[in-house]
Design a protein around this ligand. Structure first.
Ligand code: ACM
Length: 532
C-alpha cells in the first residue's frame, strides 16, 4: 500500500475545507451566468441570425442534410414556379461548394422526407412581399412566402442556420450539415435597406461589385445604390455621348486609370442583383459633382471649353449650366438611355454640395431634372438640400445625409435615412482605422448600431436606411470590405428588425458569432477586439 504522507494529507483536508464554500459560491455564480445565458438563448445559443427575425421558436432535434436531398419548388402558377425554381437553384449553389452535394431541383409538392421545399402557396397575407416562414423538422425544411422574393429572404436565413462551414469556398469533409428544428416567422420593418458604393472616386470592376452585392444580400440588403458620376469620373456608357466614358471615365482619385461599365455590363449587374432580389439604383450627381461630364464635352461649359480632368478630393467647385437648354438636352439623353437599361423605379439625381450653383439656380435645375426623370417613368431621389427647392414635391424622395429634412417633412416627401454621423461607411471606426475619413466623427460598430430610423425621420415618411461607402480613400477591395464589414450587418438589422426587438448587448453576441461566417467568406472585416 502506498504510504500516505501525513503532511500532504493534512494540507489537502485544509484546502478542501477552504475550497468547499468557494466552490459553492462559484457554482451559484455559474448558475446565474447560465440563466442569463438562457435569457439570451434566443440569440446566443441557437439564433445567431442577422438581421434578427421577428419570431424564432426553437424546437428540439435537428434536420440533417444529405446528398440524397432534393429541393422541391412550387409557385401559384407556372411562371411563379419558374421563379421559385431560380431561388431553389440559388440555394443549391450556396450549399454546393462546402457540402459537395449536387442537389436535385424537383418541381412539385410531393416532398419526400429529407428534402427542402420552397413554395409561395399557403403563406399568410400579412407577410407581404419579403416576409417568409422557415419551418424545419427532423425530416424536412419548408420555406413559405407570398412571393419568390420572400422565399429568397428565407433562403438567406436558412444559410445562417447551417454550420458556419457552409460558407467556406472549398469542400469541407466530415461535417454534419445540420439545421436546428425551428419555426421562424419574419418580415421587414422597412422596405428600403440599402448599400451605396461610390464607383466614381475610385472605380471598382463588375466582379468587385457583384461580390459586394452577393455578400450584402445575405443580410437582406435589398438596394444597391451606385454613385455613377462625380467630379473624378463618369462610370456608365451613354451611347449618344461616348466621351463621357472615353474621357470622363479615364481616371479617378489619385490619377489611376479609372474605368466604366458598358451598358451590357450594367445590365449584367442588374441581373446578378435581381437574382438576389436586390434593386440597383443608378445615380448621376448634379448640378455639382459634375466635373467628369464637364471635362468630356466643351458644350456643357459657359466658355465652350472642356474642363481639365480632376483627380483630387475637393468638393463644391463644379456646376452644370442651369439656364442653358444644351444642359437639359444632354441630361435627358442620359436619363433616357439609363431608363431603358435600368428596371429600378428610381433614378438618383444627386443634388448635394452644389456650392458653385446659386440657390435659385439650384432650385430651378433640380426641378427641371426631376421632371425629366418623371417623364421617363422613374421616381427621382436626391440628397439634401434637394427638399428645400420649391420645385421639388412629394413625388421626389429625399436621401437624408445631414440631419436636415424640415422641408421634406413639411412636404411629406418620403425619406431614406443615411445620416452621415451614424450611417456613413467611409467614416473611420476610430483614430487607428487605416482607411476612411472622420469629418462626421468616428463610427465604432456600436455607434453604427445604436440608433433607429425614427431618430431622424417620422415613421410614416421613412422608407428605410441606406449606408453609403464614399471612396475618396478607398481604392481596394480589401479596404472596401474593411469599412463595410461588420457595420453593414448593423444597418441591415436597423432596416429589417423593429426598434423594440433590437438591443446592442444581445446583438453584439450574434455579431460575434457571424465572425466565423465572414472569415469563411474571405471578407476582410474590421476584427473589432471588443466584439470578436
Ligand atoms: C454627400 O455626402 N455629399 C452626400
Amino acid at each position: 500500500m502506498k504510504k500516505i504522507n501525513i503532511k500532504y494529507f493534512r494540507m489537502s483536508i485544509m484546502l478542501a475545507i477552504l475550497l468547499v464554500p468557494l466552490t459553492l459560491k462559484f457554482t451559484s455564480l455559474h448558475e446565474v451566468k447560465a440563466s442569463a445565458k438562457i435569457n439570451f438563448a434566443d440569440a446566443s445559443a441557437s439564433n445567431n441570425i442577422i438581421p434578427k427575425p421577428l419570431s424564432y421558436k426553437a424546437g428540439s432535434g435537428k434536420f440533417i442534410l444529405t446528398n440524397k436531398a432534393s429541393i422541391y419548388v412550387k409557385g401559384k402558377d407556372d411562371n411563379e414556379t419558374a421563379e421559385v425554381r431560380k431561388v431553389g437553384e440559388f440555394l443549391r449553389e450556396k450549399l454546393r461548394t462546402a457540402t459537395g452535394y449536387d442537389l436535385n431541383i424537383v418541381v412539385g409538392d410531393n416532398v419526400v422526407p429529407g428534402s427542402i421545399y420552397l413554395t409561395t402557396i399557403g403563406a399568410e397575407a400579412d407577410k407581404g412581399n419579403e416576409g417568409y416562414r422557415v419551418q424545419t423538422t427532423e425530416s424536412s425544411i419548408k420555406i413559405t412566402a407570398n412571393k419568390p422574393e420572400g422565399l429568397s429572404r428565407g433562403v438567406q436565413t436558412l444559410r445562417q442556420l447551417f454550420p458556419a462551414d457552409i460558407e467556406k469556398s472549398t469542400l469541407v469533409p466530415a461535417v454534419q450539415w445540420s439545421v436546428p428544428v425551428v419555426t421562424i416567422d419574419d418580415k421587414p420593418e422597412y422596405s428600403h435597406r440599402g448599400l451605396m458604393l461610390d464607383v466614381a472616386r475610385h472605380f471598382f470592376t463588375v466582379d468587385d461589385v457583384k461580390r459586394q452585392i452577393d455578400l450584402a444580400a445575405q443580410y437582406k440588403i435589398n438596394k444597391l445604390h451606385l454613385h455613377l458620376s462625380d467630379d473624378q469620373g463618369w462610370r456608365l456608357e451613354i451611347k449618344k455621348w461616348p466621351d463621357l466614358t472615353a474621357i470622363g471615365g479615364s481616371t479617378q482619385v489619385g490619377g489611376g486609370p479609372g474605368g466604366f461599365y458598358t451598358q451590357q455590363q450594367f445590365k449584367d449587374l442588374v441581373k446578378f442583383a435581381a437574382d438576389r432580389y436586390v434593386e440597383i439604383i443608378p445615380e448621376f450627381d448634379m448640378p455639382g459633382h459634375s466635373n467628369a461630364a464637364l471635362a468630356s464635352y466643351g458644350f456643357l461649359n459657359p466658355d465652350g471649353n472642356k474642363k481639365p480632368l480632376y483627380t483630387g478630393t475637393k468638393v463644391g467647385f463644379s456646376s452644370f449650366m442651369t439656364h442653358d437648354e444644351k444642359t437639359y438636352g444632354f441630361i435627358e439623353d442620359v436619363i433616357r438611355e439609363v431608363s431603358q437599361i435600368s428596371p429600378s423605379t428610381y433614378i438618383h439625381i444627386g443634388g448635394d454640395e452644389a456650392e458653385s450653383t446659386k440657390k435659385a439656380d439650384y432650385d430651378y435645375f433640380v426641378g427641371r431634372v426631376s421632371n425629366i426623370v418623371k417623364k421617363y417613368g422613374k421616381t427621382p431621389i436626391g440628397w439634401d438640400p434637394i427638399d428645400t427647392a420649391p420645385t421639388i414635391d412629394s413625388a421626389v424622395v429625399l436621401q437624408n445625409w445631414k440631419d436636415s429634412n424640415a422641408a421634406a417633412v413639411q412636404k411629406k416627401m418620403k425619406i431614406v435615412v443615411s445620416v452621415a454621423k451614424k450611417a456613413y461607411l467611409d467614416m473611420k471606426y476610430n483614430e487607428t482605422t487605416p482607411y476612411g475619413l472622420n469629418w462626421a466623427g468616428y463610427i465604432p460598430v456600436e455607434t453604427g448600431y445604436r440608433w433607429d430610423v425614427t431618430d431622424f425621420a417620422p415613421r410614416q415618411l421613412a422608407l428605410g436606411v441606406e449606408s453609403p461607402l464614399w471612396t475618396e480613400t478607398i481604392s481596394t477591395v480589401k479596404a472596401m470590405d474593411y469599412m463595410i464589414y461588420p457595420r453593414l450587418l448593423g444597418y441591415a438589422e436597423i432596416g429589417w428588425t423593429p426598434k423594440a426587438s433590437r438591443n446592442w448587448e444581445e446583438y453584439k453576441l450574434r455579431l460575434k458569432n457571424q465572425g466565423q461566417r465572414m472569415s469563411n467568406q474571405n471578407i476582410n472585416f474590421y476584427n473589432d477586439p471588443g466584439i470578436f
